[in-house]
Design a protein around this ligand. Structure first.
Ligand code: PEP
Ligand code: MN
Length: 332
């Protein structure tokens, strides 16, 4: 359960209670938040007089639950806002990987041209083969940093493992925790200590309950800025790379307070389907889209088949804007 204790309770007292209740303690300006295991269903009698509010949950989906508060959390990325009352659909776009200064500069220029504020590209790639391109590492991060300074873009890039999580937190404006990394508790706990926005991708074999519980690791460590990303799950179907779980998105919208971003590129795995899926996703009224786009997808070093070229991306945005308007949102 979640218990709000009055701000008059001292830190030392709250910490004692937290140990007693096996709870996480998050300090807010006006009150203390204690998050206990969901098995606790009643505030112990001795703490009733110092309790301001309490919330009971059927399972460990707690801080992320719409029953805790129903409004979607607002995430502010250097002034670019999603969630809350903003009604924005933030397009995050760029190549799968940073490959060279020329490639990432062309990508950044496309974002500026299209009024898109957030450039994506991986530097530490979680490949399924050790013989595939593994990413440019720190050199790639430095190039992203350069793009931020030169073009005023927000940068999102992914963490592959704990060896470089601090490096990513230092360089990125949004930290992406990928589908394969989302079970890594070292990464989740480190992201919880940061206050930067975390884009948490759903693993391709992850239930919605497990997905939200991964978010709870970050939230319970005190980082309120978690965004969920549905990027396709593995099903019996092999014609497409994964299956985009839009039912799951409807569930998360209804039952959680976290902003949701959809990634049609990794879901289908083939560029021909990305524009239709992106339009369908936008029509669902979501906080964002993640689209892979490359200056020349035929030479891309990772995810070549699914990346749009620049002309396709321009066309896509032209069709997305009226769909966003129809559902009361603005593409940013
Ligand atoms: C990516 O965004 O390039 C990526 C590898 O995504 P995922 O973790 O969803 O596979
Ligand atoms: Mn990719």
């Amino acid at each position: 359960m979640i218990i709000h204790l009055k701000s008059s309770v001292t830190d030392a007292e709250v910490q004692k209670i937290a140990i007693e209740l096996d709870a996480f303690h998050i300090k807010k300006p006006d009150f203390h938040v204690l998050v206990t295991p969901s098995a606790l269903k009643e505030v112990p009698a001795q703490y009733e007089n110092i309790t301001e509010a309490s919330f009971v949950f059927p399972n460990d989906m707690q801080l992320a639950s719409a029953d805790y508060f129903s409004e979607t959390r607002e995430i502010d990325i250097n002034g670019v806002k999603i969630g809350g009352t903003n009604n924005n659909t933030m397009v995050i776009a760029g190549p799968c990987s940073v490959e060279s200064e020329e490639q990432i500069t062309q990508s950044a220029e496309l974002m500026v041209e299209q009024g898109i504020s957030t450039l994506r590209a991986g530097c530490y790639k979680p490949r399924t083969s050790p013989y595939s391109f593994q990413g440019m590492g720190l050199d790639g991060l430095k190039l992203l940093d350069k793009m931020r300074t030169k073009f005023g873009l927000n940068i999102i890039t992914e963490v592959r493992d704990t060896t470089h999580v601090d490096e990513i937190i230092e360089y990125a404006d949004i930290i992406q925790v990928g589908a394969k990394a989302m079970y890594d508790q070292g990464i989740l706990r480190t992201c919880g200590k940061s206050r930067k926005p975390i884009l948490l991708k759903r693993g391709f074999g992850t239930t919605l309950q497990e997905f939200v519980q991964a978010a709870e690791f970050i939230l319970s460590a005190g980082n309120d800025n978690v965004i969920l990303c549905e990027r396709g799950i593995r099903t019996f179907e092999t014609k497409t790379r994964f299956t985009l779980d839009l039912c799951g998105v409807a569930y998360l919208k209804e039952h959680t307070n976290l902003p949701i971003i959809l990634d049609p590129s990794h879901a289908i795995g083939y560029r021909y389907g990305v524009p239709d899926l992106a339009r369908a996703c936008t029509a669902m009224g979501i906080e964002g889209l993640l689209i892979e786009v490359h200056p020349d997808p035929s030479v891309a070093k990772s995810d070549a088949a699914q990346q749009l070229d620049h002309a396709m991306f321009r066309d896509l945005l032209t069709t997305l804007r009226p769909i966003a308007t129809a559902v009361g949102r603005t593409i940013i």
